[in-house]
Ligand binder design. Sequence first.
Ligand code: MF3
Ligand code: CO
Length: 248
Amino acid sequence: MIILKSHREIEKMKTSSRIVAEILESLRLLVVPGVTTYDLNRFASAEASKRNVKCAFKGYHNYPGSLCCSPNNQVVHGLPNKNPLVSGDILSLDFGVICDDFYGDAAVTVPVGEVSDSAKLLISATEASLYAAIGMALPGNRLGDVSSAVQQFVEGKGYSVVRDFVGHGIGKNLHEDPQIPNYGSPGKGVKLKVGMVLAIEPMVNEKAHDVKVLSDNWTVVTCDGGLSAHFEHTVAVTENGPEILSRI
Ligand code: MF3
Ligand code: CO
């Protein structure tokens, strides 16, 4: 069942989503060689406390961190640790907060120091696929239009979309209906309506789409060791088109 949000509720979700965007923006500047994801996690958690909001992921299904930190071949749900990042790494950061009962959720992939051209291209294609998908989040369109926009864009560049993890509706719960795969067929799936709020999150692999979960039961990695990138926005479907809530 998809829960539609009123204007007032969307304003609340804008507040939480903007806070997520601000914190991710500050984190971006801290991602330099030598920093650890432990430090980044601590920073994110401290910034949330300063703003009197709760970190959405901390304790969610017992997730131990506040910030998901997934370097290189890690796709999503990587755990913060004390290994210093090195120049040439790429790092996906996924963060969420709860403010006034409503969630906001967003993710970015950032380069650490100087990265290869192929890593830069993977990052920019993944971000562009998110914007292609957001452009389809119009009332009257179908969910398959959003999903296929990611897939077409990504596969057109020779990359693959992860199938085992998907985007989601969001509201008073982190995960609500509908599930939003990053693959699908135009014209299929539920019709989008004004008041839907969607966390659209392409996870894109440089090589094959196959992923597995490590023995920590959280960290998702590519099976072939190839790089992976992840971008996410919380987006409202409005009468004026898609509105990106997780934007500063
Ligand atoms: N953006 C991710 C999601 O929506 C973050 C969840 S991580 C978890 O699924 F730790 F909270 F599970
Ligand atoms: Co999400």
